[in-house]
Design a protein around this ligand. Structure first.
Ligand SMILES: Cc1cc2nc3c(=O)[nH]c(=O)nc-3n(C[C@H](O)[C@H](O)[C@H](O)COP(=O)(O)O)c2cc1C
Length: 177
């Protein structure tokens, strides 16, 4: 099984990166192949809705890091989205990647599983609702199975995160795929 992990934070050692690492550890222990794409480290132009990908056979107008990601995206069995909450939803870095799925909408309707891992400073689920709704919408639209979520509340810093059970939950989710 191939697992594609797409992260959305510019913090290489931040809270969501720690969740991603534990998730990957669990998945690798089960023998799954893991590919990681750190969106904040890559050049991914936001979709400009030119429709060239839908109206012609020329594909996306932008030749950027999505060319590296697309083959992995199409062949992965599991897509893991890992993001900090920024203003009540996922980060712009990961959203830019998701919007570029548009070029492969038809091919992506293909029986994948998806998981969502979030970290945030607030201690209420309500602050994650935007991200959760986006995730559920993507799963419904692309007919992917929601294979689980870890919503890391009250995790402004790595020190906060380490006092919680979320790292273990991410690890267990990685093993449970
Ligand atoms: C631009 C920005 C917006 C944020 N918005 C929220 C928010 O709406 N709710 C929240 O609980 N935390 C918010 N945070 C805090 C981060 O979600 C939190 O610090 C998280 O642990 C950062 O994850 P990272 O270390 O992986 O980047 C925000 C942080 C930044 C930089």
């Amino acid at each position: 099984m191939k697992v594609l992990v797409i992260t959305g934070s510019p913090h290489k050692n931040g809270t969501s990166a720690h969740l991603a690492e534990q998730f990957i550890k669990g998945a690798k222990e089960k023998g799954y192949e893991v590919i990681r794409f750190d969106a904040a480290e890559k050049q991914v132009h936001p979709c400009i809705a030119c429709e060239r990908c839908h109206n012609t056979d020329k594909g996306c107008v932008f030749k950027d890091a999505m060319e590296e990601l697309n083959p992995e995206l199409l062949s992965a069995d599991v897509i893991a989205f890992v993001s900090p909450i920024y203003y009540y939803t996922i980060s712009a870095q990961i959203k830019a990647v998701i919007d570029r799925f548009y070029a492969n909408d038809a091919a992506l309707h293909n029986n994948k599983k998806a998981v969502l891992l979030l970290t945030m400073a607030d201690d209420t689920d309500e602050s994650a609702l935007g991200a959760l709704q986006t995730f559920k919408g993507i799963c419904n639209f692309l007919e992917w199975k929601n294979a689980g979520t870890v919503i890391g509340l009250d995790c402004a810093t790595v020190e906060d995160l380490q006092k919680t059970d979320y790292l273990n939950k991410a690890y267990e989710l990685g093993k449970s795929l």
